[in-house]
Write a protein that binds this ligand. Structure first.
Ligand SMILES: [Zn+2]
Ligand SMILES: [Zn+2]
Length: 344
């Protein structure tokens, strides 16, 4: 089969590799119909720690069940399914609580050994999915392929951010970063009762998309002024950091009101950051981190999409065939596109 492979720092190629086989009774093999390219893929290719050459990339996918192991009960051949971006056993103490990310059997598709033992990715004609009854979710009629492919990561992450912010109706929410996750966090916040959502983003096109999708857009330099104007000087009730690292957290602290909530869903590579604890204490701030989980939140995500409350396809810049994936990676890395889908 053909797949997108990591072939060297900063380099991806489409090439032929062996087809995946059922290796555990709980496995399924999925024939991929849509895969998406994610910022995590760009990071994996650019930094390449723990990623062997020849790794099949990608972790966002929707497709049809092509083969099931003898223990799989919930899926039949031909069923349309969407995959979570990581695997979990579904039966351990953590999984029973819905905390799949903490599962000791976690593996993350297409990222080498970065988040658990390596597991081949989903930018491929076929992908093997361990614990298929837990990791795969049926895609109901009325949810298209181009929307379903967002459920496994980008929309799940935006949703996790909004849920952890525990919004009250009418809240003013700031989203730091207008990348795909930030854009979808804005849409979910609007669907979940936010009064005003402000997206802080330096790139004009991304700001423009946020505004056309119902948010207030601002450049980072003017963010404090805009938020103060909208909140009578108080600051935002909740801030979602969708860029990560010290800049995301610093911006969030600068914009949150007293007793407000910050939820960070951006990726953090730095081991430490000087938290403004004096202010956090005096203003009784809450800082949380969240990771998306289709296995936990799938019903809510499907309801948001199926009802029309959220249309995740607004962040898809282009759909390319498999052979176009390397160029699509390049355009995304150069920020000429927001998000690329691969059609099979
Ligand atoms: Zn992703
Ligand atoms: Zn588990």
């Amino acid at each position: 089969m053909r797949a997108v492979l990591f072939t060297g720092r900063g380099e991806v190629r489409v090439a032929s590799v062996a087809e995946p086989l059922i290796s555990d009774p709980g496995d399924a093999v999925v024939r991929v119909r849509r895969a998406a390219v994610c910022g995590t893929d760009l990071h994996t290719v650019a930094h390449a720690e723990h990623v062997p050459l020849g790794t099949v990339l990608g972790h966002e996918f929707v497709g049809e069940i092509a083969e099931v192991g003898p223990a799989v009960q919930g899926h039949a051949l031909g069923d349309l399914v969407v995959g979570a971006d990581f695997t979990a056993c579904g039966t351990c103490w953590w999984c029973r609580r819905g905390d799949h990310w903490e599962c000791p059997r976690r593996r993350f598709f297409g990222t080498g050994a970065s988040f658990g033992p390596a597991l081949a990715g989903a930018q491929a004609e076929l992908v093997r999915v361990p614990f298929a009854d837990t990791v795969l979710r049926p895609v109901p009629a009325g949810v298209g392929l181009d929307a379903a492919v967002f459920l496994g990561d980008t929309l799940a992450t935006g949703y996790a951010a909004v849920r952890r912010a525990e919004l009250q109706p009418g809240d003013t929410v700031v989203v730091v970063g207008g990348g795909p996750v930030g854009q979808l966090a804005s849409l979910v916040a609007q669907a979940c009762g936010a009064g005003i959502v402000v997206v802080v983003e330096p790139v004009a096109d991304r700001r423009g998309l946020a505004v056309s999708e119902g948010a207030v857009g601002t450049d980072p330099d003017r963010a404090r002024e805009v938020v103060e104007h909208l909140t009578e000087g108080r600051g935002a009730d909740a801030v979602i950091d969708a860029i990560g690292g010290p800049p995301g957290l610093d911006t969030a602290f600068a914009l949150v009101r007293r007793r407000g909530v910050i939820v960070s869903v951006g990726v953090h590579a730095d081991p430490a950051w000087p938290m403004p604890v004096g202010r956090a204490f005096a203003d009784e701030l809450t800082l949380r981190f969240a990771i998306g989980d289709l296995m936990r939140d799938g019903e809510a995500l499907l309801a948001l999409v199926r009802s029309g409350a959220v249309d995740p396809t607004v962040v898809a810049s282009e759909t390319v065939p498999l052979d176009g994936a390397p160029d699509a990676y390049r355009r995304m890395a150069e920020r000429r596109t927001l998000k690329s889908l691969i059609a099979f």
